[in-house]
Design a protein around this ligand. Structure first.
Ligand code: HEM
Length: 183
């Protein structure tokens, strides 16, 4: 009888230990970093906080995370030139949609960067960056309009929208490019 009571209390203690252990493992999985990850550091594989990234500074330096504004602009230019040639051709619908996608990808890169602002004070820099991004967003919205029109086969409307895109380009270069003669 005494043996039976000891066996029961041992079983209860074991069950309690298993419960606490399970809880500790569960907490470790969601709440604590792995032992080999120093406190406060990002886990491997987390997205970098680069230019234009979440919480990252705006940047334009060539070769850093995602390239330069210049290379993003060149990407937009390639896609734009193709669109100029074929936007009026209904049979080029698939090619046009591909070029619009290429343009948008480069534009998204450009939007996260910043134009040259040497000599500007902090307030002026912030204002310029806001104005730059506002215009890039307007351009992006216009490319979405263009995409919808091309998809719907509205060739004449798409041609007019590409002209709007050209006007935004001119506005952007007048406002933000220190060497507009390159285009
Ligand atoms: C259809 C739209 C656009 C096209 C095709 C385009 C194309 C270009 C090209 C070819 C360059 C010269 C890159 C080089 O060789 O150095 C350039 C530079 C530049 N673009 Fe655009 N652009 C467009 C729209 C815009 C807009 C909307 C803005 C501003 C909001 C902008 C701002 C700039 C700036 C600041 C530079 C100078 C980059 C540098 O510092 O090298 N562009 N763009």
């Amino acid at each position: 009888m005494k043996h039976a009571r000891v066996a029961v209390s041992l079983a209860v203690s074991l069950a309690a230990l298993l419960c606490v252990g399970g809880l500790a493992v569960a907490m470790g999985m969601g709440g604590q970093p792995p032992a080999n990850q120093p406190a406060g550091e990002k886990p491997a594989g987390a997205p970098p906080r680069g230019p234009g990234g979440p919480g990252g500074p705006a940047g334009r330096e060539g070769g850093r995370e995602g390239g330069s504004l210049e290379s993003a602009m060149k990407g937009m230019n390639r896609a734009y030139k193709q669109l100029e040639n074929s936007i009026g051709k209904p049979e080029a619908k698939d090619d046009n949609l591909k070029s619009i996608g290429d343009f948008q990808r480069s534009l998204i890169m450009a939007k996260g960067m910043s134009p040259k602002m040497e000599g500007a004070d902090k307030t002026k820099m912030a204002e310029t960056l806001t104005a730059f991004r506002t215009l890039q967003i307007k351009l992006l919205k216009t490319t979405i309009e263009l995409e919808e029109q091309v998809m719907a086969g509205k060739t004449a409307e798409a041609t007019a929208t590409l002209a709007k895109i050209h006007a935004i380009e001119e506005e952007g270069h007048k406002e933000f490019d220190s060497q507009p003669s390159k285009k």
